[in-house]
Design a protein around this ligand. Structure first.
Ligand code: PLP
Ligand SMILES: N[C@H](C=O)CCC(=O)O
Length: 445
């Protein structure tokens, strides 16, 4: 493959964009390919190379790069008619009504512009309504580029995971291991009166993919309720990706107090949202006292795209298609790994998948998972599944990024360069794409 044009664009980018990119995960080594356009399940780079795309914008693109006609018409109509006003529009109401009809925890919403803004706003709301400062988060969980959750450490003490955040912020954050009910109960015994909320992805999708063991989300529901704290599910990735229109909370049957959304809910445009019980969400200004505001929030083009996206999914076989192909891919990779790399693990569910490069031996991992993973039926390797962020962090990140990712890219398959990010199947992917991907896996491994 020739990459001259991408290389020259990257050289230019390095002079005017920090690290040559606008989001860190895009800076692949030795240089990223620059995308010229998308085509269904594929992207075409500036040198004309074509790749089957499983990055899918890091999750938003449920339909791949060709949105269905109603989405495209709605986007064009709203872009031509405005595109925005600083005044409310009907499409915001319609989109909110649709989401509230389908997602169990949602009665009312506030739309914002990114997943980060959604989690920032949800944490502020939880602190505002409970009049408490501390939040519990999961080690290995990700909630965007926000001060309260960019922490490392354990329940005994957290510190910021990046320069630029005062350590006093981390004093209010308690990271606990995912899937560890005992630790979270101990934390509540010790700090229960100061904890505003537990904030967790229902599936660790940025460090994983790690699924909740049987009863874990229920335990979080139970312990938060018992201590007057809120349970917040961050469904920025899982929302409208896992569990169809009911999201992961519908699939697992656990209803949080607040849910944060992003990605798919905006139909491929910048978006975020906080949803939940009306009595909570109404505490945002102007109805309540917890300040929240945004010039672009509820942007008509985004609302129209998101609304048509979800309506189309409600009326067509979208989730059947993406989940079937997700399963086919996971099963196919599992077979290949059995032959060629039995120490690696396939993880995922619905239309999400990942191969985790752990070399700790199935027996060891099976021991570690013996009491937990048996409920994850959709995972073909459930007895070897990682259970915590720490399990996943043992993976061979360097081998993934420097060898496997490059080999797949050279074979025309675009995966996330970061070992820990999920990959996504879209409605535009076909059985032929999956078969081609499996052939590439065989050769690359
Ligand atoms: C679970 C989760 N929460 C929050 C975010 C932040 O969203 P955004 O990048 O739109 O700010 C992301 C991903 O970026 C995410 O995966
Ligand atoms: N981990 C992020 C979201 O899923 C990756 C997207 C980004 O931050 O650019």
């Amino acid at each position: 493959m020739n990459h001259d044009e991408s290389r020259s664009l990257y050289d230019r980018a390095l002079s005017v964009l920090a690290g040559g990119v606008n989001s860190s995960v895009r800076a692949t080594q030795p240089y990223p390919f620059f995308v010229e356009r998308g085509d269904g399940a594929h992207v075409i780079d500036a040198d004309g190379n074509r790749y089957i795309d499983y990055v899918m914008g890091y999750g938003p693109l449920l339909y791949g790069h060709d949105a269905p006609d109603p989405v495209q018409s709605a986007v064009q109509k709203h872009a031509a008619a405005g595109p925005m006003y600083g005044a409310p529009t009907e499409i915001e109401v319609e989109h909110a009504e649709f989401v509230a009809r389908h997602v169990p925890s949602v009665e009312m919403l506030r739309f914002v512009n990114s997943g980060t803004e959604a989690t920032v706003s949800a944490v502020r709301l939880a602190r505002g309504v409970t009049d408490r400062d501390k939040i519990v988060v999961m080690q290995g969980g990700y909630h965007g580029a926000q001060e309260s959750t960019l922490v490392e450490g354990g329940p005994g003490g957290a510190k910021p995971s990046t320069p630029g955040i005062p350590s006093s912020f981390a004093d209010h954050t308690i990271p606990v291991p995912f899937n560890d009910e005992e630790t979270v109960r101990e934390v509540f015994e010790e700090h229960g009166e100061d904890i505003a909320a537990v904030l967790t992805e229902p599936i660790l999708a940025n460090t994983g993919i790690v699924q909740p063991v049987d009863g874990y989300l229920e335990a979080l529901r139970d312990v938060t309720e018992a201590h007057g704290a809120l349970l917040i599910f961050d469904e920025v990735i899982t929302g409208f990706r896992v569990g169809g229109l009911q999201c992961a909370q519908g699939k697992f049957g656990v209803t949080p107090d607040l849910t944060t959304f992003g990605k798919i809910i905006g139909g491929g445009f910048p978006v975020g949202a906080v949803g939940g019980k009306a009595e909570l969400v109404e505490q945002f200004t102007p109805a309540g006292d917890v300040f929240q505001s945004g010039t672009f929030s509820g942007h008509p083009v985004t609302m129209a795209a998101g609304h048509e996206y979800l309506k189309y999914a409600a009326e067509n076989d979208v989730y059947e298609h993406v989940d079937r192909l997700g399963e086919k891919l996971r099963a196919g990779i599992t077979d290949i790994l059995e032959e060629q790399a039995p120490e690696y693990t396939v993880v995922g569910t619905d239309s999400m998948f990942k191969t985790v490069f752990t070399r700790h031996g199935v027996a060891e991992r099976a021991d570690a998972c013996a009491d937990g993973c048996s409920q994850v039926e959709s995972c073909p390797n459930y007895d070897a599944c990682p259970k915590t962020g720490a399990d996943v962090s043992k993976a061979e990140t360097d081998r993934w990024e420097r060898v496997f990712w490059q080999e797949m890219k050279d074979r025309g398959v675009f995966l996330t360069a970061n070992q820990f990010e999920s990959q996504f199947v879209s409605y535009a992917h076909t059985d032929e794409d999956i078969e081609e991907t499996l052939e590439a896996y065989k050769a690359a491994l």
